[in-house]
Design a protein around this ligand. Structure first.
Ligand code: PLP
Length: 463
């Protein structure tokens, strides 16, 4: 079977987590779901939720980045998804990394081939011990947005290459980071004057338009503000040569955002000979690469409208009431924490239906292959009523306990913030390298890294 053959191939990946080579994510997910759902041998694990990570999708996003934004070096924001194989692959492909803590810096450096100059410590409010650790680790680039931070850096890492994080308009983004970080432009001159007084080296400007930015124009506005901050730098006696355009890049509007950003850079930074431009994309690289498979562990008829009051359906769907409540084995305390922290609205598709393998059922269709869909709600496994994954969604009326539901685009801000509340385990990740040419590229990149760092697969192995 697909699964058996793939498992044999895993042996060559030695100390790496298993990678199913040359198989589409679809096959791995479905093959395993089927195996787990039907095999007596796996009975103990038969209902464990799991993620399938398609590394070839990370590769494709990287290539898409290179194609659309060739002059901007991506520094992957590992907070978004610090899965070891994602970091290894991106390190092998040559990205830099945006780290927010001592722990994240350690994790990236442990890969073995990432020079500390490829890391930016992009947290404007850092513990002094983290600043000192960064100095010892050789990580010099770090952001700031307030006076106290300058004093701490002067004490802990006076040789740092500082980047002033400015406030930009984040009102069109899923997560408004400006509520917490970013120096308003009026505060930039006094901050730079203080930095000068303390003898600190400020090399440039950064911003973040907010995570999950659906308004490409936010980038143009931010670049304009960055230009103003550059000019303020000149006034303060600095000669900035570094611009960090942050994260916020979305899969859905990436080409548009890249075009808007490129035009703005041409307009406000026409002479880029001595300018290094980086970005801190997180979700763009990983969101679409991860799919979650969950098992229906319980189901019951929905109570009357009055008792369904904790369910708040999205706008426009208020008139519908779910008829059936499904309980699955991952919830908002686990991978679905993205509903709380990342403001996601999610709908499942059907992996098995009536315990047999099902074609993908888009949730918007009313019937699929003669099966009636009905309004349903999907809940996580904990004893908390806030643990609602999908307040209203359309699912086939013949779904049963033990059927499997799939959830796409689960790579960003999911596993990394999952808890074990109520004693539920966080999900296992199963990797695939994808199919065809992309799969070969992924495996080659990982092999190159392994050869360079002396970890993982043998150097002489050749594809
Ligand atoms: N950079 C910083 C400083 C962040 O705080 C974040 C997300 O919170 C990112 C980059 C990544 O943002 P995104 O995943 O939207 O690209």
């Amino acid at each position: 079977s697909v699964v058996d053959e793939a498992e044999d191939d895993d042996a060559i990946f030695a100390d790496l987590p298993p990678v199913f080579q040359g198989y589409p994510a679809e096959h791995v997910r479905n093959g395993i779901a089927r195996a787990w759902a039907s095999s007596d041998a796996h009975q103990a694990d038969a209902e464990q939720a799991f993620m399938v990570a398609d590394l070839s999708e990370v590769l494709r996003q990287f290539e898409r980045w290179q194609q659309c934004l060739p002059g901007i070096e991506p520094f992957y924001a590992i907070k978004c998804n610090p899965e070891p194989l994602v970091i290894r692959l991106l390190a092998a492909l040559g990205t830099g990394f945006d780290c927010a803590s001592h722990g994240e810096i350690q994790q990236v450096l442990e890969v073995g081939n990432v020079d500390p100059t490829r890391i930016i410590f992009a947290n404007p409010c850092k513990a002094i011990s983290f600043i000192r650790h960064s100095a010892r680790a050789g990580v010099h680039k770090m952001t700031f947005d307030n006076m106290d931070e300058l004093h701490k850096i002067a004490r802990g890492h006076p040789g740092a290459e500082l980047v002033i994080r400015i406030l930009t308009d984040d009102s069109k983004s899923l997560c408004r980071l400006g509520l917490k970080f970013g120096a308003p432009l009026v505060t930039v001159p006094p901050l730079l004057a203080k930095a000068k007084e303390l003898g600190l080296n400020v090399i440039g400007v950064s911003f973040h338009v907010g995570s999950g930015c659906y308004d490409s124009n936010a980038f143009a506005d931010a670049v304009m503000r960055a230009r103003m901050a550059f000019d303020m730098g000149k006034e303060a006696g600095y000669d900035f040569n570094f611009l960090d355009v942050g994260g916020g890049f979305e899969h859905a509007n990436f080409e548009c955002t890249a075009a808007v950003l490129s035009v703005a850079l041409d307009k406000y930074f026409p002479n880029r000979e001595n300018l290094k431009i980086i970005a801190e994309p997180g979700r763009f690289f990983v969101s679409t690469a991860f799919t979650l498979a969950t098992n229906i562990i319980a189901r019951r008829a929905a109570p009357g409208e009055d008792r369904g009051a904790t369910v708040t359906p999205p706008e426009g769907e208020k008139e519908q009431q779910p008829k059936v409540m499904y309980y699955i084995n991952d919830g908002v305390y686990g991978s679905f924490n993205c509903i709380m922290f990342d403001h996601q609205v999610l709908h499942p598709y059907v992996l098995t239906n009536g315990r047999s393998f099902a074609p993908v059922v888009p949730h918007k269709d009313k019937t699929v292959a003669g099966v009636v869909l009905e309004s349903s709600s999907v809940w996580g496994p904990t004893c908390d009523s806030i643990d609602c994954v999908s307040p209203i969604t359309q699912l086939p009326s013949n779904l049963q306990v033990d059927d499997w539901l799939g959830w796409e685009n689960m790579g960003a801000y999911t596993i990394c913030a999952a808890s074990q509340f109520n004693g539920f385990q966080t999900v296992q990740v199963i990797y695939t390298s994808g199919v065809g040419e992309d799969s070969v590229k992924v495996r080659k990149a990982l092999r190159r890294l392994a050869a360079a760092t002396g970890t993982g697969v043998p150097a002489e192995d050749d594809f």
